[in-house]
Design a protein around this ligand. Structure first.
Ligand code: LR7
Ligand code: MN
Length: 579
């Protein structure tokens, strides 16, 4: 294909247009961009190669890749160079309450300059790429709901500072019905310093992040829309590598590599070491990242080149604006938060687009301590996220794979997902490929980690026949202490188990084992969907076939494996489906 051919073509043709006095221009912010394309004066050879190494002999230290910003001035305020900042004893109470309110330690964030420097986390190669001069312009869209002040505004400053001015059409802020005071007049005043480059729109009601993003895209005027969460810090030259892929092929969704920013001390750090990762999922549609398979890596010549990914975390990505709407934007039936990353990903891949992660584009994201906001009043009796997943599953998965989702989340099966006519019509009209194709050609490593699931033999709360207590994880995690039994609450959650026809007992994304032959513990599920648990539906006995023992309800919250005794009522269980 054309794409493959170009990826292999390493002959550098693109000429760099560089203004001679760029180095003398005073930086307006921390980082400015010394390169202004001046096509009238410079002979620019147009090539179709959007991501191409420049001629090595030109790339002396004074002549890096064509959009490379100058060096940071060295500064040493709190948090500079992405260093951690700390809370004093006097600040402790305020820091904790801000963390409860925003999911971030705002006391620490407030100490850090809006334009602090962060370490360049890119591969060294990245500095030497020559990007096309005629890149599309970008609207950076920040949707926000009750975000903290300094984390939000640092995002805006960072986008402005780190983007070549002529490529940044605007920053579009869309307030998703926030109630915090600092997001009212103070925000309106503050953005005036950006001379109209930062625009602010407000939702008349809570739309959730998904609907708000679509609205932000409608309000945008750039060629490309770039979504960022409202608590990000852009790294050096983050924008051109994303735009270059879209210029090359407008059906590519270009995704930056997400670095971590700590919610407490705001240290900026890469999430992974050398190895590239990409976005996948398990069958309950929890988002996962996994090392990129060799087969994909070897399609490229240079380790800093973009690679294809089945999906992405959701928050940070660039797309051709018109193409986003040609693809139907987000499903309007998705509510507030979650699953929209899969909807757009599956739709893109199955209907002719693609997703690429771009190693030379890096953006830091502050991972929250917890989600500080609710989802508002919604008439939904299952978790909103599950409802969103169901809409995605019902539209984009085939029967075989749908079944894996409902095996992993049996309690939501059959819940009404609302009208899908528009989505199904889109799929048909665009002749979209099957999910099987997607699994085989794009997401082929998923089965290695998350095998096809055999049917459940039983699922629900595991209740003692002779009492009112149910098997309960007791909040234990992998590597933690013993699980137990406690009063049945019929809400599922920590009391919702699945035993499949191959003997695996699962709870959520985890599996249950009895490593010491006595107490039950959480485990990472094996890469085979098998296990030692034999449930006899008639007698209610749950037997561990390797230890040759049976599950017995003890005193207090205890549950253990004991020698099997068919006459012991404490070894009899009933599994009740709960919805
Ligand atoms: O009702 C809401 N309205 C909003 O405008 C809820 C949230 N929001 C805003 C919010 O202020 C923020 O700017 O939407 C943005 C995302 O919300 P977060 O930061 O609470 O989400 P998250 O970072 O916990 O979750 C990830 O998954 C989400 C749901 O699917 C979105 O896709 C987020 O963008 C996504 N974040 C990322 O991908 C960041 C990187 C990796 C992670 C996690
Ligand atoms: Mn976020």
């Amino acid at each position: 294909s054309k794409k493959d051919k170009l990826a292999k073509d390493s002959n550098p043709i693109h000429k760099v247009a560089k203004s001679p006095d760029a180095a003398e221009e005073a930086p307006k912010n921390v980082v400015d961009n010394p390169v202004e394309s001046n096509k009238a004066q410079e002979e620019v050879v147009q090539v179709e190669v959007a991501h191409q190494f420049g001629p090595p002999q030109r790339l002396t230290p004074g002549q890096l890749g064509n959009f490379e910003p100058r060096d940071y001035p060295s500064r040493n305020g709190p948090g500079e160079n992405g260093q951690a900042v700390y809370t004093t004893m006097e600040e402790r109470t305020r820091a904790d309450s801000s963390t409860r309110e925003f999911g971030f330690n705002m006391v620490n964030s407030d100490k850090i300059a809006m334009d602090r420097t962060i370490p360049d986390t890119r591969l060294d190669e990245c500095k030497y790429w020559q990007y096309p001069e005629d890149l599309p312009t970008a609207s950076v869209i920040l949707v926000f709901h009750n975000e903290g002040w300094s984390t939000l505004m640092r995002t805006v400053h960072s986008v402005i500072n780190m983007s070549p001015p002529h490529l940044l059409k605007e920053v579009v802020m869309v307030d998703d019905y926030s109630s915090k005071d600092h997001l009212k007049g103070r925000l309106e005043e503050y953005i005036k310093q950006f001379n109209g480059k930062v625009k602010l729109y407000r939702n008349p009601e809570r739309l959730g992040l998904i609907g708000t993003r679509t609205r932000g895209a409608e309000l945008s005027t750039g060629d490309v829309i770039v979504f960022l969460d409202a608590h990000c810090e852009c790294n050096r030259n983050w924008l051109p590598p994303l735009l270059a892929r879209i210029r090359y092929d407008r059906t590519i969704m270009a995704v930056p590599i997400v670095d971590g920013v700590d919610w407490d001390n705001f240290r900026y750090h890469p999430v992974y070491g050398e190895a590239h990762h990409r976005g996948i999922f398990e069958w309950g549609f929890l988002y996962k990242e996994s090392a990129v398979p060799k087969k994909e890596l070897s399609r490229r010549q240079h380790n800093s080149e973009p690679y294809r990914s089945p999906t992405h975390a959701g928050g940070l990505f660039a797309m051709d604006r018109k193409y986003f709407f040609e693809m139907g934007a987000y499903d309007e039936g998705l509510k507030i938060w979650g699953g929209e990353n899969f909807e757009l990903s599956f739709k893109l891949w199955q209907c002719g687009g693609s997703i690429e992660w771009v190693p030379c584009s890096r953006v830091g994201h502050v991972y929250r301590n917890h989600m500080p906001y609710g989802f508002g009043k919604l008439d939904v009796k299952i978790p909103v996220i599950s409802l969103n997943y169901m809409r995605v599953v019902e539209v984009w998965l085939d029967d075989e794979h749908k079944e894996f989702f409902y095996t992993r989340e049996p309690s939501v099966r059959g819940y009404p997902v609302g009208d899908l006519t528009k989505q199904l019509k889109f799929k048909k009209d665009h002749n979209c490929k099957s999910f099987k194709w997607f699994m085989e050609e794009v997401a082929f490593e998923v089965y290695d980690r998350f095998p096809k699931l055999p049917p459940n033999k039983a699922w629900g709360e595991v209740k003692e026949k002779s009492g009112m207590r149910c098997l309960d994880t007791m909040g234990q995690q992998v590597g933690g202490g013993a699980m137990g039994i406690s009063g049945c609450h019929h809400f599922g959650g920590n009391q919702m188990f699945r035993i499949n026809t191959k003997g695996q007992m699962g709870v959520g994304e985890r599996c249950i084992e009895a490593p010491n032959g006595s107490t039950l513990h959480m485990h990472f599920c094996e890469t085979q969907p098998t296990g030692p648990w034999q449930l006899d539906l008639t007698t209610g006995v749950i037997r561990h076939e390797h230890h040759e023992k049976c599950l017995e309800a003890g005193s207090g919250n205890k549950v253990t494996l004991e020698p099997c005794d068919p006459s012991n009522e404490k070894q009899k269980w009933v599994v009740n489906e709960v919805r």
